[in-house]
Write a protein that binds this ligand. Structure first.
Ligand SMILES: [Zn+2]
Length: 294
């Protein structure tokens, strides 16, 4: 299916239990292509991108940025994603070349790739002086379980999280999606528990983002309960790097550093880690930029 990626958010009638559902299949495919990543590397990156874009949709400030960082002792190294509240997300995994065996069409387990000794950290930069930042130790490296633990410890929120990625035989991304259910501290825990149970059943039914729409998934999750969709966003892999900003950074380098960078080279190369785009700058371009400042 070639539907657009989305993040939908729903709440119960008392606004105590909140649900996010995201289909991030296309943006995970795009991340895989941009980073020339293997299926397993893309799967773990997809989980982090998906969690970030759902969590960021709750930021109040449109200029705000949420950063989700996972760093364990497994082969993946660091996985980092940043997202805003309009469905834009970007990210990378430090090792895009993880290979290994896996069961066909089974949900990808990422614990072994991520490792279990390490941290999950979330920072929210809301455009104020100090960004908020909090971290927990990893629980399993499956990201969803780690996020449940993070929400409990750092935000005192009872949560259930599902991040599920399916790879095809050719190691291409077939489907990637996520669900987060949160109960506010004074929330109705029985409603939360019912949805938590439905979430487990959803996995068993193999209800997934490949076959089912967000609305169908929401209905299956909240059967018999009164939930309303609050917002729906289109989700996209989008980086905000651009040539001009990078030129500003390079233009600010000292003469010595520039000479060093240009040693035996006509151009210097700057790589954006988030989207793997390469930018090239010549001495003349840097000089012209510097002259333009006067
Ligand atoms: Zn970029």
């Amino acid at each position: 299916m070639n539907n657009k990626d989305y993040v939908i958010k729903a709440v119960d009638e008392e606004a105590q239990v909140r649900i996010w559902i995201a289909d991030t299949t296309n943006l995970t495919k795009e991340a895989k292509a941009r980073h020339k990543a293997s299926g397993l590397s893309a799967a773990v990156l997809g989980k982090v991108l998906t969690a970030a874009v759902m969590m960021a949709s709750d930021l109040k400030n449109p200029e705000g940025v949420l950063t989700l960082k996972v760093k364990g002792d497994g082969a993946a190294g660091m996985i980092l994603a940043t997202a805003d509240n309009r469905g834009k997300v970007r990210g990378f995994v430090s090792n895009p070349n993880i290979n290994g065996l896996r069961a066909e069409r089974a949900a990808v387990k990422t614990g072994e790739i991520v490792g279990t000794a390490g941290i999950l950290e979330i920072s929210k930069d809301l455009g104020m002086k100090q960004p908020f930042s909090s971290r927990v130790e990893l629980v399993s490296g499956e990201i969803d379980e780690d996020l449940v633990y993070y929400l409990k410890i750092s935000e005192q929120i009872e949560a259930a999280v599902m991040l599920e990625v399916l790879l095809g035989q050719d190691m291409e991304i077939m489907t990637m999606g996520g669900i987060i259910v949160q109960s506010l501290p004074q929330g109705r825990l029985e409603v939360f528990r019912t949805i938590e149970k439905n979430l487990t059943r959803l996995r068993e039914m193999r209800m997934n983002f490949y076959k089912n729409s967000g609305k169908e998934i929401l209905e299956a999750l909240t059967r018999g309960l009164n939930f309303e969709i609050l917002s729906a966003l289109e989700a996209k892999f989008k980086c905000n790097c651009h040539r001009k900003r990078l030129l500003g950074i390079i233009g600010g380098m000292s003469r010595e550093d520039l000479n060093y960078s240009f040693k035996d080279k006509e151009e210097i190369e700057v790589l954006c880690n988030f989207c793997n785009t390469r930018y090239f700058f010549t001495r003349e371009q840097i000089k012209a930029y510097r002259d333009s400042l006067h």
